[in-house]
Design a protein around this ligand. Structure first.
Ligand SMILES: [Zn+2]
Length: 102
């Protein structure tokens, strides 16, 4: 293989992606198995499980005001589709059993 085709050493290895940081609070996100079968076959999500995250904290009030329900959502990033958005949770412990510890 010619030298020009060598991979850049600084490139992120797809097998060991860097832990992304939550864009709302800056905390390192956690790998989580999807609560149900995810679209597009994603095997895990990155989720911010920081209980002090502003996105999550504001979610409680927003859901109560708009839908009159006691629930919130956490910031989620799906590395397989590149999509990010809210992951609904019903308590501060919800879905924490799905966290994948490396
Ligand atoms: Zn966060």
């Amino acid at each position: 293989m010619p030298d020009s085709q060598k991979q850049d050493q600084t490139e992120v290895d797809n097998d060991t992606p860097e832990t992304p940081k939550c864009k709302h609070c800056g905390a390192p996100m956690k790998k989580m198995t999807p609560p149900q079968l995810a679209p597009f076959g994603s095997s895990y999500f990155w989720v911010c499980f920081n209980d002090d995250c502003g996105y999550y904290e504001r979610g409680w009030e927003w859901m109560l005001t708009n839908f009159n329900v006691r629930s919130s959502y956490r910031y989620k990033y799906d590395p397989f589709t590149g999509e990010s958005g809210p992951l609904p949770v019903w308590s501060s412990d919800a879905l924490k059993k799905n966290i994948l510890d490396d």
